[in-house]
Design a protein around this ligand. Structure first.
Ligand SMILES: [Mg+2]
Ligand SMILES: [Zn+2]
Length: 435
C-alpha cells in the first residue's frame, strides 16, 4: 500500500492563518498538517508516499525532502496546470506502480488506523473504498448512498436539492484505490475525482463505504482551524484512532430518541424527542461514540418493510443532522421469536442472537469500532435495555420518559442510574458522578 497526498490546493480561505504558506503546511500544535498525515501513514506501515504540489510548493519539498527524517520515502509530482481533484492520478501512475494506494487531501487533520481500513478494502475486494463518516452538517455535505452490504450505490452532491430523508454518511476526502482504477484512465486531463472517477466505478458496483468514527476534519477556514487546534489540545484526535479502545453510549431508539407511542411502521410516525438533538450533540462533543441499538420486530411481523425501516432511520438521522447531531452508527434486529401474526415473514420468526437483551448487535459494533464495554453505557426506556447493558458488561441508565409499562421478565434488572430524560442521562454520564 502506498499513499498519494493532494497538497496542491491554494488555500485562500485560510489566508488569515496561513499567510503565504501552502495550506498543508499550516501549523497545528507546532507541526504542519501534512506532517500529521505523513506520521499517521508511517505509523500504519505506509511509508511510500507521493505528494502532489503546485508550482509554488517548494516549501513542502524543502520541509520533507526525501522523507527519511520522517521514516518515509517521499516523492513529488508538480501539478503545472490545475487538473482538478482526480486529473493528477494519471501522472502518478508510474510512481504508484502496481500497488493499491491511499488518496487523501492535504488540508485534512486526521488520525486513522490505515491497516484497519486496508483490511476492509481487501475483504470487500473493492476497486475503491471511501472513508465515510457522519458529520454535524450533512445538509450541506456530499453524501454517499450506502446499501446494507456497505456497497455505495450513489453519490449525492451537496449542490443537489434533496427532497428525501437521507442517511448521514459523508465523504471525508479519503479513499483507498485498487491499482486497477489507474488502468481506466486514458490520459492526462482535468478530472473531478468524485464525479468523474468515483461515480463511474459506483456504477460498476465495486465501491464501498468504510464507516469509521476516527477523527477527520478539514482545516479550510479560520473557524475550523480553531476547532481542530482545540481538539488536538484535548487529545480527541488521537483518542479516536481505532487502534485505541473506544467508549460508547449505546442508545435505544423508541422512547429514548423518538417519542414512545404506537409501533413506528412508517416514517411519518417517527417524532423526535424534544431533547434528542441536544443530547446526542453532547455525546458527539464528548469522548463517547453514539450508537443506536434497536429491536424492530415490526419487520418479522410483516408490519413494515426493510425499505420503510430504512426510510424511518434516514428520517431519524436527517432530523438529528438538522440540529447538528449525529449517530456514529445504528444497528437493528428485525427478528421476533413468536409465530402467529398475519403477514409475518417466517424466516425472520426465529430466536436470534441480536434481539435485545442479547448482545449480538453490540458485538458487531464492538468489532467495528473497537469498543470497551466496561467503559461504555446503555441508555434506554425499558428494563430490557437495562438487561442488555448488563449482559454486555456496560453501565446502564433507565429512562422514565418512554414506555410506562413495567417489565415482568426483567423486573429485577437494576440500572446504574435512573433519569427523567435522555439529556439528564447524558449529563450525568458525562459529569462522571454516578456512583
Ligand atoms: Mg425503547
Ligand atoms: Zn435478531
Amino acid at each position: 500500500m502506498k499513499a498519494l497526498i493532494q497538497a496542491g490546493g491554494k488555500g485562500t480561505r485560510l489566508q488569515p492563518v496561513s499567510g503565504s504558506l501552502p495550506k498543508p503546511m499550516v501549523l497545528i500544535g507546532g507541526k504542519p498538517i501534512l506532517q500529521w498525515q505523513v506520521e499517521s501513514l508511517v505509523k500504519s506501515g505506509i511509508t511510500d508516499i507521493v505528494i502532489v504540489v503546485n508550482p509554488k510548493g517548494q516549501a513542502i519539498k524543502d520541509f520533507f525532502k526525501d522523507g527519511s527524517a520522517f521514516g518515509a520515502n517521499i516523492k513529488y509530482i508538480t501539478e503545472e496546470t490545475p487538473l482538478g481533484t482526480g486529473g493528477i492520478l494519471f501522472q502518478a501512475k508510474e510512481l504508484l506502480g502496481q500497488d493499491d494506494f491511499v488518496l487523501l487531501f492535504g488540508d485534512l487533520m486526521l488520525s486513522i488506523d490505515w491497516q484497519r481500513m486496508a483490511a476492509f478494502h481487501k475483504s470487500h475486494n473493492a476497486l475503491l473504498t471511501a472513508f465515510a463518516h457522519p458529520n454535524s452538517h450533512p445538509f450541506d455535505s456530499d453524501l454517499l448512498i450506502v446499501g446494507s452490504d456497505e456497497r455505495i450505490t450513489g453519490f449525492d452532491s451537496k449542490r443537489n436539492v434533496r427532497k428525501f430523508f437521507y442517511e448521514n454518511v459523508v465523504t471525508a476526502g479519503i479513499y483507498m484505490l485498487s491499482n486497477d482504477v489507474l488502468k481506466t484512465l486514458a490520459g492526462p486531463e482535468p478530472l473531478d475525482f468524485e464525479t468523474q472517477i468515483m461515480v463511474p466505478n459506483i456504477k460498476r458496483g465495486s465501491v464501498y463505504a468504510y464507516r469509521s468514527s476516527e477523527y477527520v476534519k478539514d482545516c479550510g477556514t479560520p473557524d475550523r482551524y480553531k476547532t481542530v487546534t482545540e481538539d488536538l489540545k484535548n487529545g480527541v484526535i488521537e483518542a479516536r484512532n481505532l487502534t485505541h479502545k473506544q467508549k460508547c453510549i449505546f442508545l435505544d431508539r423508541d422512547g429514548t430518541l423518538n417519542v414512545f407511542g404506537d409501533f413506528v411502521t412508517n416514517a411519518d410516525k417517527l417524532q423526535l424527542m424534544a431533547d434528542a438533538g441536544e443530547s446526542v450533540k453532547l455525546i458527539n462533543h464528548s469522548d463517547y461514540l453514539a450508537i443506536v441499538i434497536t429491536n424492530q420486530p415490526v419487520i418479522a411481523r410483516g408490519e413494515t418493510s426493510f425499505d420503510e425501516l430504512h426510510r424511518i432511520h434516514n428520517k431519524l438521522e436527517d432530523l438529528l443532522g438538522r440540529e447538528g447531531a449525529y449517530l456514529n452508527d445504528l444497528y437493528f434486529c428485525p427478528h421476533h421469536p413468536d409465530k402467529g401474526y398475519p403477514g409475518e415473514i417466517p424466516e425472520l420468526k426465529i430466536v436470534c442472537n441480536c434481539r435485545k437483551p442479547k448482545i449480538g448487535l453490540l458485538l458487531q459494533a464492538q468489532e467495528r469500532y473497537n469498543i470497551d464495554f466496561s467503559e461504555s453505557w446503555f441508555v434506554g426506556d425499558t428494563k430490557q435495555d437495562v438487561q442488555t447493558g448488563i449482559n454486555a458488561g456496560c453501565r446502564t441508565v433507565l429512562l422514565t420518559c418512554g414506555d410506562p409499562r413495567p417489565s415482568k421478565i426483567y423486573a429485577n434488572s437494576k440500572p446504574t442510574l435512573v433519569a427523567g430524560s435522555l439529556e439528564e442521562a447524558v449529563a450525568k454520564i458525562l459529569s462522571g458522578q454516578y456512583n
